[in-house]
Each structure stands twice: as structure tokens, then as C-alpha cells.
Design a protein around this ligand. Structure first.
Ligand code: CMP
Length: 140
């Protein structure tokens, strides 16, 4: 299995509850390595740009408001089959549907305040990584 990269966000509900370390430990325990990380407070323009694919969805405005409601931690994760590995440990988008032992089952408050984001494909991972990181900020 090839070593690949994915993009992760630890969302405002998790940073507010001081869960950055706890969430990162679950990612690391799942076999992912944090090769870039920074804590930022997204601007509205950044959040709207990042989630542009969802702009026609009914929840878009609330999603953007939530994502700029506090700091987030954006990360690049590396590991074997990183996109799938990360999505497996994150669990389902809605914590009510997430499996036991996943990050969202353990920590998420709701479908919106669901603690983490993770890329859904290698192609989107590349786009999302490039949205927040320069290549020289990623140190494997
Ligand atoms: P994320 O993986 O960050 O991608 C889009 C986000 O929209 C998703 O996680 C959810 O947190 C959020 N969201 C809010 N409401 C909904 C909804 N009804 N269906 C899907 N995603 C939602």
C-alpha cells in the first residue's frame, strides 16, 4: 500500500474543548503522521473558499459561520492509504451514525460541530493541502 497524504481540520468545537492533543493522538494511533500543522482562525473568505463545493447546500451559511467561530488546526497527515485511514478513524459525518472508537463518535457534538474534517479523495487532498500549506511547510 502506497504512503500518501491527506488533509485534516480539527474544528472549532474541538479546539474550544481543548481536544487538539486528544484528537491528534487518535490520528497518530491510527497510523497517521502529522507532517504539517498550524493553528489558525479562518477568515470568512477562507471558509467560503474551502467549502465552495457545498455553496448551494442549505447548511452552507451555518457551516461557514461555525468554521470561523473559533480557531482550527489544519494538518497534513501522511500514512499508508492516508485518505481512507483518516476517514475510517474520523467516523461518519453525523456522529449518530459513527462507529464506536472513532473520533466523531467519541468527541463530536452534532453533524455540524463534528470535530474533524478529512479529505474524501487523493485529488481533493492535494487541492485542500495546497489551499492552506506551501510545500516548504510540509516536513515528512
Ligand atoms: P466536513 O467533512 O467538514 O464537510 C462538510 C461539512 O458540512 C461536514 O463535515 C459537516 O460538518 C457539515 N454539515 C453541516 N450540516 C450538514 C448536513 N446536513 N449534511 C452534511 N454535512 C453537514
Amino acid at each position: 500500500m502506497a504512503v500518501t497524504r491527506t488533509f485534516s481540520i480539527i474544528k472549532p468545537d474541538a479546539t474550544r474543548r481543548n481536544l487538539t492533543g486528544a484528537v491528534t493522538k487518535m490520528l497518530e494511533d491510527a497510523g497517521l503522521r502529522v507532517v504539517a500543522s498550524k493553528r489558525i482562525h479562518m477568515t470568512r473568505e477562507q471558509a467560503e473558499g474551502f467549502y465552495a463545493v457545498h455553496k448551494e447546500r442549505s447548511f452552507f451559511g451555518e457551516l461557514v459561520d461555525f468554521m470561523i467561530s473559533g480557531p482550527v488546526v489544519v494538518q497534513v497527515l501522511e500514512g499508508e492509504d492516508a485518505v481512507k485511514r483518516n476517514r475510517d478513524v474520523m467516523g461518519a459525518t453525523n456522529p449518530a451514525d459513527a462507529d464506536e472508537g472513532t473520533i466523531r463518535k467519541t468527541y463530536a457534538e452534532s453533524i455540524e460541530a463534528n470535530s474533524v474534517h478529512g479529505s474524501d479523495s487523493d485529488e481533493n487532498a492535494k487541492t485542500e493541502i495546497e489551499f492552506f500549506f506551501a510545500e516548504d511547510e510540509i516536513v515528512g
